[in-house]
Write a protein that binds this ligand. Structure first.
Ligand code: DHB
Ligand code: FE
Length: 280
């Protein structure tokens, strides 16, 4: 039986991909950011997941205003790194787990989540930067990935409550997959940031840390944070944090925090990172 053994939350700032690709991860600017991921890179070599269900958002790379799936699942065999304007990142292709992804898609749809099924797409920084943060620069990614893409770019975006419930449904889907697989679920994006308009550059250390507290507490208070609070307190792009709730919802009632990291600033963003384990 497949089982979810851990959840990882992480920002997915494109500049961190540039730092990895250009060998700058230990310079004065990036050093303190990457230092907060050292623990996780080591832990991942011991945790050895087979599959990562990687919750992220596409930033107008695979989708655009012509098609806006609220929740989509990648059921393909492999995904290439998207060209976001500077050429594709020099990272390995991302290998999917088509059998498991189709199983999850079926389970979710029969569980009343109307997923969009994607067989072919390129994946942008939202997916490849977290892989680089957690695994460095291997010749081949050490995990298979089931991408779960969430629309957090064009309103209406899904509520935190709906995201949490999707996480619960993903956990049910994984538990009913017969193969004996070690599965992690990652929620990416955030933390506070606003990339445009008069409030561009907005960061909110206090609110972000309160959110991290809530994630690692045994309550489900975070699932009911309304959109307007994310917007007001964390800027227009802070809404990416609802994707962390899919990860948290999949871990069950109680969790144990294994690792936590927060750093300001990185590019236009606050960096947040947490590693959680389901607790009995
Ligand atoms: C930045 C952060 C993001 O999450 C993103 O998707 C794009 C840009 C930034 O801080 O520059
Ligand atoms: Fe983003």
């Amino acid at each position: 039986m497949a089982r979810i053994t851990a959840g990882v939350g992480s920002s997915h700032v494109p500049l961190l991909g540039v730092a990895v690709d250009q060998g700058k991860t230990r310079d004065d600017y990036f050093g303190p950011i990457f230092a907060g991921y050292d623990w996780t890179r080591q832990w991942e070599t011991e945790a050895k997941p087979d599959v990562v269900i990687l919750v992220y958002n596409d930033h107008a790379s695979a989708f655009d205003a012509n098609i806006i799936p609220t929740f989509a699942i990648g059921c393909g065999e492999r995904y290439k790194s998207a060209d976001e304007g500077w050429g594709p990142r020099p990272v390995p292709d991302v290998e999917g787990h088509a059998d498991m992804a189709w199983h999850i898609a079926q389970s979710l749809i029969l569980d009343d989540f109307d997923m969009t099924i994607i067989n072919e797409m390129d994946v942008d920084h939202g997916l490849t930067v977290p892989l680089s943060m957690m695994f460095g620069q291997p010749e081949k990614w050490p995990v298979k990935v089931v991408p779960v893409a969430v629309n957090v770019v064009t309103y209406p975006v899904p509520s935190g409550n709906r995201c949490w419930a999707l996480g619960e449904a993903i956990a049910r889907a994984v538990e009913s997959f017969p193969e004996d697989l070690n599965v992690q679920i990652w929620g990416t994006g955030g933390m506070s940031h606003q990339l445009q308009g008069p409030r561009a550059g907005l960061l909110n250390r206090e609110w972000d840390n309160k959110f991290l507290d809530l994630l690692s507490s045994d309550t489900d208070a975070a699932r009911y944070i309304p959109h307007i609070e994310y917007l007001r307190e964390t800027g227009s792009e802070g809404i990416e944090m609802v994707m962390w709730l899919i990860m948290r919802g999949a871990l069950g009632e109680k969790v144990k925090t294994l690792h936590r990291h927060y750093h300001i600033p990185c590019s236009n963003t606050a960096i947040g990172h947490i590693v959680l384990e389901p607790a009995i």
